[in-house]
Design a protein around this ligand. Structure first.
Ligand code: IPE
Ligand code: IPE
Ligand code: MG
Length: 256
């Protein structure tokens, strides 16, 4: 087994068996995750919804570690959508506070593992204390080269496209006939980052929920009934293996 997996998967375990089947020459370069089902996880245990969010933090840590050890270059995590403001104020406040606490604790692990953080979404709407903490961590980790974690916060795919169009007009750099797909791509929050190859959604919901609408034109979708707080490395490995069984045709005829 590769040395980077020492101590992370048990010899003889199911995780090890899956890991040995992964083709490291065909890894998804960019994996995006809709981390869903925290509320249902809590309800099943007669706990308040926020306990589900708290428990979800461990899954975030494990997904980050698994992705980095596999050698994935970009991991995007959908943590708060623009539509999530519709929730009760108490839940919303707790979510932002948890995010603030989480980023406070990440310095060491991110620097030691050469990870970079980048926030995508409408920053101006992020509560100031959380935003300050996240921007501090972004600056601190700006040189991280092993893997970039894109944290989608106050994010909406449609808002991102509107924002890109506004920027193009505001900067007034181009004539309308000079605007093409590449131009739009350059003005998205994800400028310079390749489109996701694989989308994982937990909790069984069969929808995109306004996530990365432009970027997911040809992303492979993998949906699991597992609720986010129960999501472990074994599920990540299952998703990657399933991705490797897919044939991506991009509208062409493929190899069969
Ligand atoms: C995902 O879990 C976390 C966020 C959207 C912030 P939910 O809170 O949506 O959990 P469910 O879908 O209600 O179970
Ligand atoms: C999507 O989950 C947003 C995040 C995971 C942050 P939601 O729970 O908000 O999505 P819907 O409402 O079920 O579509
Ligand atoms: Mg949900």
């Amino acid at each position: 087994m590769r040395p980077e997996w020492d101590g992370f998967v048990e010899p003889g375990s199911k995780e090890e068996e899956l890991l040995l089947r992964i083709d490291f020459d065909r890894l998804p370069q960019h994996v995006a995750i809709i981390m869903d089902g925290n509320g249902r996880w809590a309800r099943q245990r007669n706990l308040p919804r926020v306990e589900g969010h708290r428990a979800g933090a461990k899954s975030v840590q494990e997904a980050v570690e698994t992705a980095a050890r596999l050698g994935i270059s970009y991991l995007t995590l959908f943590a708060f959508s623009k539509e999530n403001w519709k929730r009760p104020r108490k839940e919303v406040n707790t979510l932002w506070r948890l995010l603030e606490e989480y980023s406070k604790k990440q310095d060491k692990v991110m620097l030691e593992n050469n990870l970079r953080l980048k926030v995508i979404g409408e920053r101006e709407g992020i509560p100031p204390r959380t935003r300050r903490e996240l921007e501090r961590l972004e600056k601190l980790t700006a040189q991280g080269e092993r893997m970039t974690i894109l944290l989608a916060l106050n994010y909406s795919g449609r808002e991102e496209i509107v924002h890109a169009c506004r920027e193009i007009v505001r900067q007034n750099l181009l004539r309308s006939d000079e605007i093409d797909e590449e131009t739009i791509t350059k003005f998205l929050y994800t400028a310079g980052i390749p489109d996701p190859d694989l989308l994982i959604r937990t909790s069984g919901e069969m929808r995109i929920s306004n996530f990365l609408l432009w970027q997911m034109a040809y992303t492979e979708l993998w949906i699991t009934p597992v609720l986010w707080p129960d999501f472990r490395k074994i599920h990540f490995l299952e998703a990657v293996l399933e991705y490797q069984r897919r044939e991506r045709r991009f509208g062409g005829l493929g190899s069969n």
